[in-house]
Design a binder for this molecule. Structure first.
Ligand SMILES: Cc1ncc(COP(=O)(O)O)c(C=O)c1O
Length: 367
């Protein structure tokens, strides 16, 4: 049996008729950018996240960089972010000229809240919380710090659509919640797409203007903005997927509970869930002290895996200018060497999963 780490075709097949119908409807409408589908999607996603506003954008990265831009955070300012995130989180900060200040992750792969305070300086303007792999961060402690130091809070929810902390959805704690709808995300489009949610009227308005060349009214440009519009086709297809979000999330939870209950191997570290948090299992991430051996072993059995992420942002060439060397973030770097995402996707069969579980359970490190 051959098992890929992800199968987007299966997610399409689950609601194929609805997707095809919607695509045809949009194609025949003659209106392709910022129209009724986008408006409807924004309303429906705001309702889903229980926020006042959603603004559709072209990508998750755009959501992040425009977020700091709208908050007026730029050169000379510092933003706190966890070290073990996808590099786009950091780019959202640095594209505005601001400086990322990295904090080590905790055992749940989210920011270690006990290590934030020591990184706060008078230049610190915001915390960027990343709810990595689908699990909500410790928002109770983060909110206390945000209030104590009067900081802005941006949430990177690219991997956490629908995940909650103490019953409140990720993306709704701070000033702005940033979402990606890249095809492999839990709520995935069929191309690039993103959005922000906010309860602040002014922030929502600023995003609407900025995403459309800074124009408030056609051909009246208030500021130098960008083109980061969500198109009608993606919005329409996202509406179809969003209408099934509960069952899609339920399915991921069910699949991951099977992994949690049935993977038994002392050489593998399984993920755990924080008290008060929920996870929507964007990835099922395990750890192994000799990861390459595990990858090779699974490959030989035609089981594909992915590393999220092999090079932490502070060690990537792009951020060499920050001057952070190997060894400067020991937990982040250890995770980068040990984490492995095993196959997980909507539409995964029990047979496929049993095959993966059996393989992992019989794996043994050579030393
Ligand atoms: C944590 C995180 N932040 C930001 C992004 C950027 O989103 P996009 O690919 O839509 O630009 C992604 C995904 O790619 C992500 O996983």
């Amino acid at each position: 049996m051959k098992i890929m780490p992800n199968r987007l075709d299966k997610g399409f097949g689950m609601y194929q008729k609805e997707f095809e119908q919607k695509a045809l409807e949009v194609l025949r409408s003659g209106w392709y950018v910022l129209g009724n589908e986008v408006k409807q999607f924004e309303e429906e996603f705001a309702a889903y996240t229980r926020t006042k506003h959603c603004v559709g954008l072209a990508s998750g990265l755009d959501a992040l960089w425009i977020a700091f831009r709208v908050l007026g955070i730029g050169a000379g300012d510092e933003v706190i972010v966890q070290g073990n995130t996808y590099i786009a989180s950091v780019m959202g900060i640095t594209m505005n000229g601001a400086t990322p200040v990295f904090v080590e992750p905790d055992e749940y792969y989210n920011i270690d809240v006990s290590k934030i305070e020591e990184k706060i300086t008078e230049k610190t303007k915001a915390i960027l919380v990343v709810h990595l792999y689908g699990q909500a961060s410790d928002m109770k402690t983060i909110m206390k710090l945000v209030q104590k130091y009067n900081l802005r809070l941006v949430e990177d929810c690219a991997q956490s659509h629908g995940a909650c902390f103490d019953g409140k959805m990720t993306g709704t704690f701070g000033d702005i919640g940033c979402f990606s709808f890249y095809p492999s995300k839990n709520l995935g489009a069929f191309g690039d797409a993103g959005a922000i949610v906010t309860n602040d009227n002014k922030i929502a308005e600023d995003f609407r203007i900025f995403r459309n060349y800074g124009s408030e009214k056609r051909y009246y440009n208030k500021l130098v903005g960008t083109n980061s519009r969500l198109d009608e086709l993606q919005a329409g297809l996202l509406r179809v997927r969003l209408s099934h979000m509960e069952e899609l999330t339920e399915e991921r939870i069910k699949l991951c509970n099977i992994y949690l209950n049935e993977i038994h191997n002392e050489q593998i570290v399984l993920p755990t869930v924080r008290k008060g948090a929920t996870t929507v299992w964007h990835q099922f991430v395990i750890r192994c002290r000799n990861r390459q051996e595990l990858i090779d072993y699974l490959n030989a059995k035609e089981i594909g895996t992915i590393i999220h992420y092999p090079i932490p942002p502070h060690l990537s060439e792009a951020y060499s200018y920050l001057g952070l060397n190997k060894g400067s973030m020991s937990v982040t770097e250890r995770y980068a060497e040990e984490v492995l995402s095993i196959p997980l996707y909507n539409g995964m069969t029990l047979e496929e999963q049993k095959y993966v579980i059996k393989a992992i359970n019989t794996f043994q490190l050579s030393d």
